[in-house]
Design a protein around this ligand. Structure first.
Ligand SMILES: [Zn+2]
Length: 283
């Protein structure tokens, strides 16, 4: 067999092979989630300890103590949010790592999925405890709450339009954390809350659909350690038009609540700890 024939044969073997899920998180002892805890949190009445509104086209940051919940609620109309999470006491080093989260769980997150921090920590910063949309995967392969995209930003906008734009998720998040001792360099890839996205079947290009979120819908997270959270109400609104088209869709605020569950609801729960890898890397 010639080299070309061997290469063709190898490609055909790959094409015909069924997909292999790389990480079966449900069976990993350090990574699986306590479903009974999630049920108790879903059933429980929680004390509201903090409330805020993220105005349209802006950003806000808030702290959540380990064992508390935060809930982002659609209050007036369809609106997506770009969310960042940092370890509260080490935000310059430990923050949400979307790539590993995507590999461990999926491109779109829902109840029971966790928001992992980066190396050398790699622990859940948060776990999703409620998702009233529960969209699943539609016929085009689209889902809601993705960890695919990054965030709308002034640099890509400049590439597309040649104009400065300071009202975008990257800049909104930068302003939101400016009072927390953090800067633009600390803003990172996001969880796209309420956003409906996928990849086109034919060209594998990132696409969006109008968000299905409606007033009353919410997504809720359990803080697995003390965290700082920031979110931007995207100036793309429900993202029903393509980026860079210059058309301004209707934008809405979003509500945020920090909630304290009862001790009974949290029974047996402990804050997460970084992985115990020795850190030598063979050096
Ligand atoms: Zn945005």
């Amino acid at each position: 067999m010639s080299d070309t024939q061997q290469q063709d044969s190898a490609k055909e073997t790959s094409r015909k092979h069924p997909p292999i899920v790389c990480y079966n998180v449900a069976e990993l002892p350090q990574a699986s989630v306590d479903r009974a805890l999630l049920q108790r949190l879903a059933d429980g009445k929680h004390e509201v300890v903090h409330e805020l509104t993220i105005p349209p086209r802006d950003g806000r940051a808030w702290e959540v103590k380990a064992g508390q919940l935060w809930r982002i609620t659609c209050t007036e109309g369809p609106q997506v949010a770009d969310m960042n999470v940092w370890a509260l006491h080490n935000p310059k080093r430990e923050r949400f790592y979307t790539s590993k989260t995507r590999q461990l769980h999926a491109s779109h997150l829902t109840v029971g999925d966790r928001l992992w921090s980066g190396f050398p920590y790699l622990r859940p910063l948060a776990t999703i405890t409620a998702d009233t949309i529960a969209y699943g995967i539609d016929g085009d392969g689209a889902g809601v709450h993705d960890v695919i995209g990054s965030r709308c930003d002034p640099y890509t906008n400049w590439l597309l339009t040649g104009a400065d734009m300071n009202v975008c998720c990257h800049s909104n998040l930068t302003r939101a954390v400016a009072g927390c001792g953090l800067g633009e360099e600390d803003v990172h890839d996001v969880l796209n809350v309420f956003m409906c996205t996928g990849f086109t079947r034919d060209t594998n290009q990132y696409f969006t659909k109008p968000s299905p979120v409606r007033p009353g819908d919410y997504i809720e997270f359990l803080a697995e350690t003390d965290v700082l959270v920031a979110a931007s109400t995207c100036p793309q609104g429900d993202v029903s038009v393509a980026c860079g088209t210059g058309r301004a869709p209707t934008c809405y605020p979003l509500g945020v609540q920090v909630l304290q569950p009862s001790a009974e609801a949290l029974a047996g729960w402990k804050p997460t700890e970084p992985v115990k890898y020795g850190g030598k890397h063979g050096l």
